[in-house]
Ligand binder design. Structure first.
Ligand SMILES: [Zn+2]
Length: 416
C-alpha cells in the first residue's frame, strides 16, 4: 500500500516541479515562481467574480443576449438576419467603448431552406415533422412520392427512420432520425420490418452564390506586448431555426462580457485581449478558416485561442489543449476560481473555430459546462432565450474572464 501511495503522490506532482524553466530564454523560472505569480492574481480574480456574479454586471450578458436574440432572431450564413446581427454587434461593441472595433470580410455560403413538407401515405396517413439538413437540394416543385424504399423502419415521429428512396428524376432523399432526439435518450425503434412505407416529400431549398459577411472583432489593447494576442470567441451566425440563443449566442456574449468586465474594472493586461465573433461557423468554420489564413503569419504571437460553443449552462471548468507544461499553468490559474468552486480542467479543448490554431500548436481552451440538455435544443426551433439562465451565464462569464485576463497579463506567454 505504501508503495502504491508513493506512486500516486509522485504522479500528481507537476512534472517539472523544482526544475528550472527558461521559456523565453532570458531567465530560469521554477514552477514555484509561476505559482506565486498566479497567486498574486487572487484579488483581481475575486474582483472579476464579484462584478460578474454579484455586482453591477450581474445578468448583463444574459440581458444583452435577450435583446439581441429577440430583435435579430436566427442568423443563418448568407441571410439578412446575419447582416443585421453583425451591424448590431459592431455598434454595440463601439458603444461599449472597446478598442479597434472592426469587421474583417469573409465570403460565406448562402443556402435557404424554403418550404418543407413530408407526409407518410402508407401504411397510414401521417404527417412527419422534418427539418432539412443544411445544403439540402429541392425536390421537383410538385414534390415526389418515394418509390421502392431500399431500407426502411416503421415511421414514428422523428425517431428511427432511415428511408432511402429514389424517384424517377434521380432525386435521392434520406429521412434520418433526428440525431439530437436520439441523444436525448430516444431509442431506435425498428418497427414491423417488411411493412411497405410510402412517403410524399416536398422541399424548396435553394443554394445561391457565396455572399459577403464579416468576422466581428474588438480588443482591449495590451499595455506591454500589444502584438501578442489572447483570443476569446464564439460564433455570431446560427442555424436558421429558433433564435440561436444557445448556439452560439451564449458563447458569443460571454466572450464580449469578458472584455466588458476587464474594461469596467479599469484593467489593461500586458497582452491584447481580442474578441472575435465568427461568421459562417455552422457551414464548417468558414469565417474562422479565412481568419486563420489572414493571420497565421503572426501565429507565434497567439498566446491562447479560446472558444465557447457548447452552451453556457452551469460551468464545470475549462477544457484545454496544449503541452503538459502549459496545462499545469492553466490548472494553477483555475485555482483562482475557487470562490465559485469551478476549478476543474479537462482534456482537449473543443471548438470548430479555434481548431486551425490548435492544430498548429497554439494552446486552446473551451468552456466545459453541463451539456446534458444541450442536444434538446441544438439546431432546432427550441434554441431560444428560454434555454438560457442568467445565473449560469454570470458564472460562465466569470470563468472566461479570469482565465483570459490572467493569461493575457502573465509575465510570459504559455509555453507550447
Ligand atoms: Zn455552435
Amino acid at each position: 500500500m505504501k508503495y502504491l501511495f508513493l506512486i500516486f503522490f509522485i504522479n500528481f506532482l507537476p512534472q517539472y516541479a523544482g526544475k528550472s524553466l527558461s521559456r523565453d530564454g532570458n531567465y530560469p523560472k521554477t514552477f514555484e515562481d509561476i505559482k506565486k505569480e498566479i497567486a498574486g492574481y487572487s484579488s483581481i480574480a475575486k474582483a472579476i467574480i464579484d462584478l460578474a456574479v454579484h455586482g453591477k454586471a450581474q445578468n448583463r450578458s444574459y440581458e444583452r443576449l435577450a435583446v439581441f436574440a429577440d430583435t435579430i432572431g436566427p442568423r443563418l450564413s448568407g441571410s439578412k438576419n446575419l447582416d443585421a446581427a453583425i451591424k448590431y454587434m459592431f455598434s454595440a461593441l463601439q458603444e461599449d467603448r472597446l478598442e479597434n472595433v472592426h469587421l474583417e470580410p469573409v465570403k460565406v455560403p448562402h443556402w435557404e431552406r424554403g418550404e418543407e413538407f413530408a407526409v407518410m401515405l402508407e401504411p397510414r396517413n401521417h404527417s412527419i415533422a422534418i427539418l432539412g439538413l443544411g445544403s439540402s437540394i429541392a425536390t421537383p416543385p410538385e414534390g415526389f412520392v418515394s418509390a421502392e424504399p431500399q431500407q426502411i423502419s416503421f415511421l414514428t415521429l422523428l425517431i428511427s427512420i432511415c428511408a432511402l428512396t429514389e424517384d424517377s428524376t434521380g432525386c435521392i432523399s434520406c429521412l434520418l432520425a433526428s440525431g439530437d432526439r436520439v441523444k436525448m435518450g430516444g431509442d431506435d425503434y425498428p418497427g414491423p420490418l417488411g411493412t411497405k412505407v410510402v412517403v410524399y416529400l416536398k422541399m424548396g431549398a435553394k443554394t445561391y452564390p457565396d455572399s459577403s459577411s464579416f468576422n466581428t472583432v474588438a480588443e482591449i489593447v495590451g499595455s506591454k506586448y500589444p502584438e501578442q494576442i489572447v483570443l476569446v470567441s464564439g460564433h455570431l451566425d446560427s442555424w436558421d431555426v429558433g433564435q440561436g440563443a444557445m448556439d452560439d449566442g451564449g458563447g458569443a456574449f460571454i466572450s464580449w462580457e469578458a472584455l466588458s468586465l476587464v474594461k469596467d474594472l479599469g484593467l489593461r493586461p500586458k497582452r491584447t485581449l481580442r474578441l472575435v465573433l465568427w461568421t459562417g461557423e455552422e457551414q464548417g468554420g468558414i469565417g474562422a478558416e479565412q481568419y486563420y489564413q489572414l493571420h497565421k503569419k503572426n501565429i507565434s504571437n497567439f498566446d491562447v485561442v479560446m472558444e465557447s460553443d457548447e452552451g453556457t449552462f452551469r460551468p464545470m471548468g475549462l477544457a484545454f489543449t496544449g503541452t503538459d507544461e502549459a496545462r499545469d499553468i492553466v490548472k494553477e490559474i483555475m485555482t483562482l476560481l475557487l470562490p465559485i468552486n469551478i476549478t476543474d480542467i479537462y482534456d482537449t479543448a473543443d471548438g470548430t473555430d479555434i481548431d486551425y490554431w490548435m492544430r498548429d500548436g497554439v494552446p486552446g481552451a473551451s468552456l466545459r459546462d453541463d451539456i446534458s440538455k444541450y442536444f434538446w435544443f441544438h439546431h432546432s426551433h427550441g434554441d431560444t432565450m428560454t434555454v438560457q439562465d442568467p445565473n449560469q451565464m454570470n458564472l460562465c462569464a466569470a470563468v472566461w474572464t479570469v482565465v483570459s485576463y490572467v493569461i493575457a497579463d502573465m509575465k510570459e506567454m504559455l509555453p507550447r
